[in-house]
Design a protein. Structure first.
Length: 197
């Protein structure tokens, strides 16, 4: 993955998250999600805070709360609050030199393509969580999953073992596409529905 590809994956992930949040139906903000014990609003807030963390050194704005204890409420419009963070992060990454090989992240310094793909993985998977929870027909695409895979493959096993931030990987079937395989690798049920929670 090149630096340009990493930025493109981050942009697509941010666009996916924006699209999903903008389409959350009224009355579903308290719905259960694939993130056990978290509501749609909490997953949104978690995703927003995580992106603040990825942009910290690049933007100078510290996360405003603990991403693992996301609040139910956000001040102002959720779409606008999320968009402010995503714009700041994207601008920070876009201003980095093309050969940056020590980009600060919450998981330690990484080469630019990997750092961008890691931030993208966080945004895209939480977008999928919210889309699944709110009945949206907005799946994580195999193309986007392919761009995220290098970050997942390199980082998730270590994070799972050291910090238990991912559920165990699930078995995959021959019928799974690239997105379903990625979700299963991250411990998600690719066919999760609200009735399954």
């Amino acid at each position: 993955m090149t630096n340009t590809q990493g930025i493109e994956v981050l942009t697509r992930s941010h666009d996916y998250l924006r699209e999903v949040i903008a389409a959350v139906p009224e009355g579903t903000w308290s719905a259960p999600t694939p993130c056990t014990e978290w509501t749609v609003r909490q997953v949104l807030n978690h995703a927003r805070i995580d992106q603040q963390a990825y942009g910290l050194v690049l933007t100078g704005h510290r996360p405003d709360s603990d991403p693992f204890h996301p609040a139910d409420a956000l001040d102002g419009d959720p779409v606008a609050e999320l968009d402010k963070v995503l714009r700041a992060v994207a601008e920070g990454y876009a201003q980095l030199p093309a050969d940056a090989d020590q980009v600060p992240t919450p998981l330690g310094p990484m080469p630019l393509p990997l750092a961008a793909a890691t931030a993208a993985m966080d945004a895209a998977v939480h977008a999928w969580d919210i889309a699944a929870a709110t009945g949206q027909n907005r799946p994580l695409t195999p193309t986007l999953a392919e761009g995220i895979w290098p970050a997942a493959d390199r980082l998730v096993p270590r994070l799972r073992d050291a910090y238990r931030v991912f559920a165990p990987a699930r078995e995959v079937t021959a019928e799974y596409d690239g997105a379903e395989k990625l979700l299963a690798f991250l411990g998600r049920d690719p066919h999760w529905t609200p009735t399954a929670s």
